[in-house]
Design a protein around this ligand. Structure first.
Ligand code: AMP
Ligand code: MG
Length: 412
């Protein structure tokens, strides 16, 4: 058993044992945020026919080769074709057909001249310059040719994919199933949010935050309430989680004193441990186990530690299950926008915000000063990765950070 492993080793041990989910089909409208489980090929040319890029006149280039400012070529306009309508006639020598943007190019025409570049007298247009073939025409298959890969397996579907998918008529897409994670809180002191709290009791807040974090990471949360610090009851609840979910997350029982509850429960279940502690703060007590190919990640009950470990260990597992190619938080180097005054024996991950201070990407700690530990993750963009033994760090020091949130208010 690996005890007190590095963050990176703990992530590796977890990801080695993480299975990618089954494939399911979803309709396009529900696919944003899902991960494609197969390459998507164009089944047809886009556009499917040559069409006009502009409002203008479809001509044959050979008719206007001699056109000039002083000696314009005059063509008779024999038809007008709006987008979505078929031309009834063909362009023959001496004639032109008026076409609107998106209209099918009539037979006999090989270029379109913009209406601003001609003069119209009665049913004739005067053309003042020659035009090269294909001018202002979008050729069939120019955007996407039949057989092209329009999106690769592993791509996260975004609203920007909806045009190409719907233009191709792809209303059903293969994606990886969302990972289901059961959440169980353990602690004799815990009561449900909706119950009154007596002295010594606290509301089971991790259950709610974990549910929201799981959903936010693209998973399906299965909250299974709380159990007292009792290994038989906890084991029973974990088995219930295995029946209904792809993985189980427990919270609580992680401090040195009662840590054995989680460990004893795992022995009772015959679950094998992957690691028992991680060399970091907060979240040192994070542990992981495996039983019948299903992972159990045990997080500290301390809400701040719980959230940090969730980002570093649970999110990558959920992402791998969901079919993401990149599952670890992105690393961003930035400079400290304020000093870090403590000296620290252990590697620390501190919730922080990125801010473009005077155009330089700077890190400001969340939850310093008066705000409580419970509020420390609110508005956080990154976890500042403070190396072990680095001591106080001056403002301006370059540090590494791990992205954990969307950067929405960069200049705040
Ligand atoms: P533990 O990991 O069980 O040692 O808990 C560490 C601290 O977090 C203790 O102060 C617990 O009361 C608190 N705690 C444990 N579980 C939860 C929970 N589900 N929600 C909120 N706080 C919790
Ligand atoms: Mg406890």
């Amino acid at each position: 058993v690996s005890d007190n492993v590095s963050v990176e080793k703990a992530q590796r041990l977890l990801l080695e044992r993480t299975l990618i989910n089954e494939i399911e089909n979803v309709c396009l409208q529900d696919s944003a945020g899902r991960v494609l489980a197969g390459d998507i090929l164009a089944g047809e040319d886009i556009p499917g026919f040559a069409r006009s890029r502009v409002d203008g006149y479809a001509v044959s280039c050979s008719d206007v080769v001699k056109a000039s400012k002083n000696y314009p070529v005059v063509l008779r306009v024999i038809e007008k074709v709006p987008a979505g309508h078929l031309p009834q006639k063909a362009v023959r020598s001496g004639t032109a057909i008026k076409v609107m943007t998106g209209a099918l190019i009539p037979e006999g025409a090989d270029a379109v001249i913009k209406f601003e570049d001609v003069t119209l007298q009665g049913e004739c247009v005067s053309i003042f310059t020659p035009v090269e073939a294909k001018k202002n025409i979008i050729l069939a298959g120019e955007d996407v040719a039949k057989g092209d890969v329009v999106a690769k397996r592993g791509t996260v579907i975004t609203p920007a994919h909806f045009n190409i998918m719907s233009v191709l008529g792809l209303d059903i897409l293969p994606v990886f199933a969302r990972p289901k994670a059961a959440v169980i809180a353990t602690g004799d002191e815990l009561v449900d949010m909706h119950r009154p709290v007596k002295p010594g009791e606290i509301r089971n807040s991790n259950l709610y935050s974990l549910e929201a974090f799981i959903k936010n990471a693209g998973g399906v949360a299965l909250p299974l309430g709380n159990t007292p610090d009792n290994k038989e009851i906890l084991a029973e609840r974990i088995l219930q989680g295995f029946d209904a979910a792809d993985m189980v997350i427990t919270t609580g029982g992680a401090s040195r004193g009662d840590y054995d509850i989680v460990k004893d429960t795992m022995d009772l279940l015959g679950a094998k441990s992957l690691f028992l502690n991680v060399d970091m703060r907060p979240g040192k007590g994070t542990a992981a186990f495996i039983k019948d190919d299903k992972l159990i990640i045990s997080l500290s009950g301390n809400p701040a530690a719980n959230m940090v470990s969730f980002q570093l260990f649970v999110v990558p597992v959920l992402k791998k299950m969901s079919g993401y190619q990149r599952v670890l938080p992105s690393e961003v180097t930035a400079i400290l926008g304020e000093s870090f005054t403590k000296s620290n024996k252990c590697r620390e991950f501190l919730p922080a915000r990125l801010n473009a201070k005077n155009g330089v990407l700077s890190v400001f700690f969340c939850g310093t000063g008066k705000s409580s530990m419970l509020q420390s993750m609110i508005g956080c963009h990154v976890l500042a990765d403070i190396p072990a033994g680095s001591g106080p760090l001056a403002e301006g020091t370059r540090i590494s950070t791990k992205m954990v949130g969307r950067v929405e208010n960069f200049d705040d």
